[in-house]
Design a protein around this ligand. Structure first.
Ligand code: CAA
Length: 378
């Protein structure tokens, strides 16, 4: 048992921390208000090696593990959870190709993402189903050597902008999860279009879209795994990618705590800095308890992934615990800032708006509890 980061991990963490301070924090509020994705940050992340770092070496990437990915995620989310989602939802799109794709498919789909700045996306949810993922309505019909896709996907991060989207579809609406298939759809496929979802509460620097598939054709070679494997590929993906959501949540909580410490030392009431009141000190202490506990949990879950051990239970605990802990930290951060916490002049109100989504996406926290309790009861 060793809790210290090795030299490469410390360097990676420092790289992500410096990148966040230089490239993300200065523009985060502006892009939140504009509801616009800052593409220049994606390009700069690519240049320094922070974009799509899990692409394996055989496909031309860095081949970083889940632990390292989470170290990056915590730092980026400290600066802006919306920009975090742009970068990390690309990893969500890459993961099913790593889980279900052959080496040839990994090279074909992922090598282009190592040659220039580009994103991937993951399309599972639909307008009428989110938590009940197996009940998807998007259809895939085999016509000769091609799959023909029809339907609509909803709430898709990087949707429409991504070079490649992994789309989950059913070949038989009565067939449940055993009739699902995972297909890689390129951005320029005829019949594939998207609509940006506007006026989100938070994470407004990330692009969230509705995707429309009208007779979209992809070759059979774009199918990941076998017929009927789609649902399981999606589940295995989410078992992994919920861990960086936990790491990002810790980043948000850390930001809430640090901003609150700074403010509490500066702001005076009743003739002294408010940091000298126990009412404030206890809130700060609660934040620290949550951050330290949450970090241990996400790091354990990430370590299990890298060891090739089962991790779905720990991933669900990390995601639910860290997102709720960070929501509470952001909420108390606003309370410490008083009226100033309620306006955009200080960064804490954005933290609360952003972190709410962490309790919903990649499986609601209620679904995390379904996963956790099924593990206990099986
Ligand atoms: N790994 C591997 N296999 C799994 C699995 C896992 N984690 N979970 C289930 N399976 C298998 C089961 O073993 C079963 O296989 P067999 O029939 O061969 O035995 C099969 O899958 C069906 O399993 P269940 O009966 O348990 O499935 P279910 O219909 O009850 O659903 C669920 C389980 C956990 C509720 C699942 O539907 C779920 O996770 N829902 C949430 C979906 C979700 O997280 N969506 C987020 C979308 S991503 C996003 O947020 C967008 C973004 O851009 C950020």
């Amino acid at each position: 048992m060793d809790f210290t980061l090795n030299d490469e991990q410390r360097q990676l963490q420092q790289l992500a921390r410096d990148f966040t301070r230089k490239e993300i924090i200065p523009i985060a509020s502006e892009y939140d208000q504009k509801e616009e994705l800052p593409w220049q940050v994606v390009e700069k992340a690519f240049e320094v090696g922070l974009l799509n770092p899990s692409i394996p070496e055989h496909a031309g990437g860095l081949g970083l593990g889940m632990f390292d990915e989470c170290l990056i995620g915590e730092e980026i989310a400290y600066g802006c959870m919306g920009i975090y989602t742009v970068l990390m939802a690309s990893e969500l799109g890459i993961a099913p190709i790593l889980i279900g794709g052959t080496e040839e498919q990994q090279k074909r789909f992922l090598t282009p993402l190592t040659e220039k700045a580009g994103l991937a996306a993951f399309a599972l949810s639909e307008p009428n189903n989110g938590s009940d993922a197996a009940a998807m309505g998007t259809t895939a019909v085999l016509d000769g050597d091609e799959w023909v896709i029809n339907g609509t996907k909803m709430w898709i991060s990087n949707g429409g902008l991504a070079e490649i989207t992994v789309v989950f579809a059913t070949t038989d609406k009565q067939g449940g999860h055993k009739a699902t298939v995972a297909l890689v759809v390129p951005k320029d496929a005829p019949g594939f279009s998207y609509n940006k979802i506007k006026h989100k509460l938070g994470q407004r620097a990330s692009l969230t879209s509705e995707l429309v598939f009208e007779n979209v054709r992809v070759p059979k070679e774009n199918q990941l795994g076998g017929l009927g494997d789609g649902f399981k590929i999606a589940m295995k993906t989410l078992d992994k990618t919920r861990i960086p959501v936990a790491a990002g949540s810790v980043g948000i909580a850390r930001r809430a705590m640090e901003e609150s410490v700074k403010y509490a030392k500066d702001r005076e009431a009743f003739g002294k800095p408010i940091a000298q009141f126990q009412a404030i000190q206890f809130k700060l202490a609660e934040m620290a308890i949550g951050i330290e506990t949450g970090r241990l949990m996400y790091q354990k879950a990430a370590w299990l992934v890298d060891q090739g051990q089962p991790h779905g239970f720990e991933s669900a605990i990390a995601k639910a615990y860290c997102s709720e802990m960070a929501f509470s930290a952001a909420n108390e951060g606003i309370q410490i800032h008083g009226g100033y916490g309620y306006v955009a002049e200080y960064p804490v109100e954005k933290l609360l708006r952003d972190v709410k989504l962490n309790m919903i996406y990649e499986g609601t926290n209620e679904i995390q509890r379904v996963v956790i309790s099924r593990n206990l009861l099986k």
